[in-house]
Design a protein around this ligand. Structure first.
Ligand code: FES
Ligand code: FES
Length: 175
């Protein structure tokens, strides 16, 4: 019997779509399912596993990356929504063998324990510095409140960010 126009047969899945992103300075084109999150695009399609998946629901900050210099939760955005944009992950913070000042400060201030939250903390801190709104430790705590650390390394994280802020204020260093 031919299908009626009101057939309940499920629609075929959509075709993969092409998405072009500049990731850590290199242009990358992916063919992915349209519902692929930016987080899964980075981890599963580009092998950039430095960006972590914690909750996958926008609640922990482990997946924080920079898009056009602004920090976002990569689990809460589709890769297709970032077409043409520049994405920086934790793998893109260092310059060759030279660690980013925040990476150096996290080591110096013992700002991690297991390290699972650290890529997100670093990218979020880089975004915080670029925003230029933090003036005090309380500001840092407030503006980093979207990044959860189950190990409780918060004192070291605040100290590390504070040390880079201080250095930037003193010598005009732009981390
Ligand atoms: S994995 Fe994205 S906020 Fe938790
Ligand atoms: S260092 Fe372990 S979750 Fe933050």
């Amino acid at each position: 019997m031919p299908d009626s126009p009101r057939s309940t047969r499920p629609a075929p899945p959509p075709e993969p779509v092409a998405v072009t992103l500049t990731v850590n300075g290199a242009e990358r084109t992916l063919k992915i399912a349209p519902w692929t999150s930016l987080l899964d695009a980075l981890r599963l399609h580009l092998d950039l596993t430095g960006t972590k998946k914690g909750c996958d629901h926008g609640q922990c900050g482990a997946c924080t990356v920079l898009v056009d210099g602004r920090r976002i939760n990569a689990c809460l955005t589709l890769a297709v929504m970032q077409e043409g944009r520049s994405v920086t992950t934790v793998e893109g913070l260092a310059r060759g063998d030279a660690l980013h000042p925040l990476q150096e400060a996290f080591i110096a201030c013992d700002a991690l324990q297991c390290g699972y939250c650290t890529p997100g903390q670093l990218c979020s801190a880089a975004g915080l510095l670029a925003e230029g709104k933090a003036r005090s430790d309380d500001d840092i705590r407030e503006l980093m409140s979207g990044n959860i650390c189950r190990c409780g390394a918060y004192p070291g994280i605040v100290a590390a960010i504070r040390s880079v802020m201080n250095r930037r204020a003193t010598d005009g260093d732009a981390p």
